[in-house]
Structures are given as structure tokens and as C-alpha cells.
Design a protein around this ligand. Sequence first.
Ligand SMILES: *[C@@H]1O[C@H](CO)[C@@H](O)[C@H](O)[C@H]1NC(C)=O
Ligand SMILES: *[C@@H]1O[C@H](CO)[C@@H](O)[C@H](O)[C@H]1NC(C)=O
Ligand SMILES: *[C@@H]1O[C@H](CO)[C@@H](O)[C@H](O)[C@H]1NC(C)=O
Ligand SMILES: *[C@@H]1O[C@H](CO)[C@@H](O)[C@H](O)[C@H]1NC(C)=O
Ligand SMILES: *[C@@H]1O[C@H](CO)[C@@H](O)[C@H](O)[C@H]1NC(C)=O
Length: 495
Amino acid sequence: MEKQLHRLFVLSNVFVFVASLVSTTESQSNVSGVGDPGMQRDSLRVAFEAWNFCNEVGQQAPHMGSPRAAQCFDLSEGSLIHKVTENDNKLGVGDSLPGLKPEYINNTDLYAVQKELYLGSLCEVEDTPRPWQFWMIMLKNGNYDTRSGLCPKDGQKVPPFSPGRFPCFGTGCMNQPILCHQWTKLKGGVMRGGFNGTYDLDYGCDAVDSNVSFYEVVWEKKVNVGSWLFKHKLKTSNKYPWLMLYLRADATSGFSGGYHYNTRGMLKTLLESPNFKVKLTLDIKKGGGSKSQFYLLDMGSCWKNNGAPCDGDVLTDVTRYSEMIINPETPAWCSPTGLGNCPPFHITPDDKKIFRNDTANFPYSAYHYYCAPGNAQHLEQPVSTCDPYSNPQAQEIVQLLPHPIWGEYGYPTKKGDGWVGDARTWELDVGGLSSRLYFYQDPGTTPAKRIWTSIDTGTEIFVSDKDEVAEWTLSDYDVILTHPRNSLVTQVERK
Ligand SMILES: *[C@@H]1O[C@H](CO)[C@@H](O)[C@H](O)[C@H]1NC(C)=O
Ligand SMILES: *[C@@H]1O[C@H](CO)[C@@H](O)[C@H](O)[C@H]1NC(C)=O
Ligand SMILES: *[C@@H]1O[C@H](CO)[C@@H](O)[C@H](O)[C@H]1NC(C)=O
Ligand SMILES: *[C@@H]1O[C@H](CO)[C@@H](O)[C@H](O)[C@H]1NC(C)=O
Ligand SMILES: *[C@@H]1O[C@H](CO)[C@@H](O)[C@H](O)[C@H]1NC(C)=O
């Protein structure tokens, strides 16, 4: 064990060394990695996806079709030309789709994947080096009915088990939401549209009750001026205490973070650490209570424990996440007495490695929580493994909190930075930071290429004990490739 760990450390040193070599090479001109740099394009592309506890559909909500939808339009000579119709958005199991394999037509999970590809084909914009489709708004219901047997455990099918560990009000608690469109319209030089809804199926599009769950995203832009403003709202309720709402820039092909099927998105180039930055403006109006893990930046990817890229085999694929949580009420579970909630080591911007047992130097309060993949074979003890049910495969999560140690990357350095009343435009060296985070790998294996397939911002209200409301506006979203030539080479190699 000791020896294997030593080899792992040597390997990750090599990785960091390579990373710093790249970051000191001369800066070239900057290129955006998203199809709509800074959300400035008048002709908008936006889609919606809703996930159940294990990132699938399970059962469609009545009359809503498959929980994938889009609004995509071009602004042409003063009018909006919509590319997606109400009928497209209502498509659900049983309805034919171009190119749909017969075995998918009655399968709610597989149908949604095909519907996303179909909506992508309607929204696609030609571009270099490749076309892109839409910003993705993702909504997730954290209820899990353990008696349903719906969610695999670290990718393995398991039988139903007794409830208790997860929120669920009873049969049907994993339902998909009601989705209501406000079709984008142009009025007085301003374009405005959105969608909203609730998880409470006995409520319609216009019935809002104080104790009912609620979500809404409204987008608004002055023609020819600045960025789209994406105004979000999310409300939990007694029946739905754990909800997530994010705006994502996802890969246009391959498995985007948390998902094991081909998806569509906004990232027209692969993002590889350390060669990219993320720019965004965030104005949080309401935080969503003490359980709201607001992610200034959440990134997702997938690689195997041996460093190989994911291939859709859920038994060996591992979703990797890293998140910067900016709610000042979120505590650091990582501490000198809670080493199992810390990554085994921290790497400083000048590439020094600090072990978590080095109590004088390890930045404990920079980490909310670290959890390791449940299928890892060589974990250093003590360790906590991630929830095995909430992704289609095993996952690993590194959750960060504002701390001076992140300042070099443009990240928040103290509690309250960027929180309610402190709207800011951030330029985050996400690539640099993510090249130095600890992620588990089997001893003696080649370090994974850290290619990120989803970059997003939003909140996860994690089992609130009372109804909570979060409200925020996001704009100016951009991903800047700091060494575009490298990224393009990488992409060609990986084709
Ligand atoms: C590229 O972007 C970086 C980070 O945003 C910035 O510091 C640099 O000045 C930019 N370079 C050019 C040539 O625009
Ligand atoms: C799908 O379900 C419909 C209605 O139950 C049925 O008629 C049809 O044969 C099914 N198709 C497939 C391919 O299973
Ligand atoms: C959604 O927005 C519309 C238009 O603003 C509003 O009339 C409706 O009440 C909202 N629906 C819900 C469920 O809040
Ligand atoms: C909302 O609260 C009222 C009063 O407490 C109750 O009658 C009603 O059933 C509740 N609705 C839901 C959906 O929980
Ligand atoms: C601290 O942890 C490292 C890595 O596990 C180990 O090599 C070292 O012996 C530990 N130091 C102490 C003082 O326990």
C-alpha cells in the first residue's frame, strides 16, 4: 500500500509539472470555447432537461411528454423565427422521432436521450471547429423512492431497499415536473421569454400556492446590447425538499457531466485543464437558506479510475465533479478531526503538496467535503465514499469553499464573496485550479486527461427543513481558451 501510494504521488507530481510548463508558455490570442461567447448573441439557443435522482427520467409527468424541451430562435429583420414548436416540446414516449430505433420508443430514459438529439438538430448552429446547439437549463428532483429499485448502486443494478436515508413522500415522489413555456417575444426592443413550473402535479401552469415547489428561468435581452440576463428562481417544499437548478454549458457530443449518454450543448471545443478560464456575472437576490449549496462554478466530467476516458460502461466509468460553494453558511466538514472529509492532499499554486495530516499547513477550511468513488480499490483511509445512487455510475466530488488559497485563480477568498448583495463579474481560472485538485486514480496508472464536459452555475438546495427560495441572475457566461492551439490539437488527437 505504502509503495503504491508513493508511486501515485510521483505520478501526480509529473502531472503538475507538465501543467505548470504549459501555463508559463507565452499567451496566445484568446478564443471562446462556447458557441455564444458572453451570451451576447441576439438569436438565442436554450434547452431544458429534468432529471430524477439517478439522472434519468423514470416516468414522464402526465401531458408533459419527455422532460426535454427547447426554445431556439433567430432574430431576423425585427422578428423572431422560432425553430422549435410546441409539438416538438411535447414529444414523449410512443411518438416517433426522426432516426428513432424501435426499441427506444417506449423507454422513457432512452427516449429522452433521442429527444435531446432531435431538439439539438433543430437548434444547431454551424461554427468552427464544430457546430453547437444550446445552453442547457437542468432541473433535478432529489427525492429517491428506495422501494422503486430505480437507481443502480455505483452502476450496479440493486433490489429495492427500506426507505429512511433519502427524502420521499411516498409512491410517485420521483416524478418529473410540470413545464410551462413563455414563448420568447420581442416588444419595444426587448426580447423576453422563459419557462417555469412545479413538481406538484395537481397544480397547473398558473396556480401558484405558497407551499408548492416552484422553478422558473426567464431570459431577457435588449436587441444589439450586452448579454442575455437569465433570471432564476427555485423553491423547495415539504414534498420536494431537495431540488437543483443549473445553467450549463455542456459538450456537444460525448457524455456530459453526470450523464452516460451522448448529449448536446454549447461547448464547441473540449476544455482541458489547465487551458481555460470561465467568465460570468452572478447577482444572487435570495440565497435559498442554509442548505443551499450555491455553486459559483460546478464542473463535471468522466474518466475511469485507471485514467482512461469513459466509454459508457457504468461499472467502471466514474463521474468527477468539482464545485465552489459560495453560501457563507456552508461549513467545512473537512477538518483536522474529520480527515475522511478531506482529499488526501492539497496542491498549492506553486505546486507544493500538503498532506491532510499536516495540521499546521493543510487548508482545511478551503474544503467543504471530499468523497471518493465507491468503486475505487486503493483508497487511503480514512475516507468517505460518495452517494452510490445519485448518478448512473460511481462518482467523486471535490467541494470547495471560499479561502485565500484560491485567490490566485480568481476564486472567492472569504465567506460572503459573491453572495447576496455582492453581485460580481468573475473571471475564474477554472482550468488552472482543476489541474491541481486531487482526484483518485489507481496506483501506477497514467494520469487522466482532465477534459471537462460540463461547466455550470446554480444551486442545489440540499434537503431543506422548511420551504426555501433561491433567486439569482446569471449573465455574460463565457469560456476562454487560454491556449487555443493546445486545445485544438487535443481535440484532433481524440477524434
Ligand atoms: C487572454 O485572456 C487572459 C485571461 O482572461 C488575459 O489575461 C489576456 O490578456 C488575454 N490575451 C489577449 C491577447 O487578449
Ligand atoms: C410501444 O407501446 C405501444 C403501446 O403500448 C405498443 O403498441 C407498441 O407495440 C410498443 N412498441 C414497441 C416497439 O415495443
Ligand atoms: C409561470 O409564468 C407565468 C407568466 O409569468 C405565470 O402566469 C404563471 O403563474 C407561472 N407559473 C407558475 C407555475 O408559477
Ligand atoms: C398547502 O397548505 C395548506 C394549508 O396548510 C394545505 O391545506 C394544502 O394541502 C397544502 N398544499 C400542499 C400541496 O401541500
Ligand atoms: C502523513 O500522511 C502521509 C501520506 O499518507 C504519510 O506518508 C505520512 O507518514 C503521514 N505523516 C504523519 C506524521 O503521520
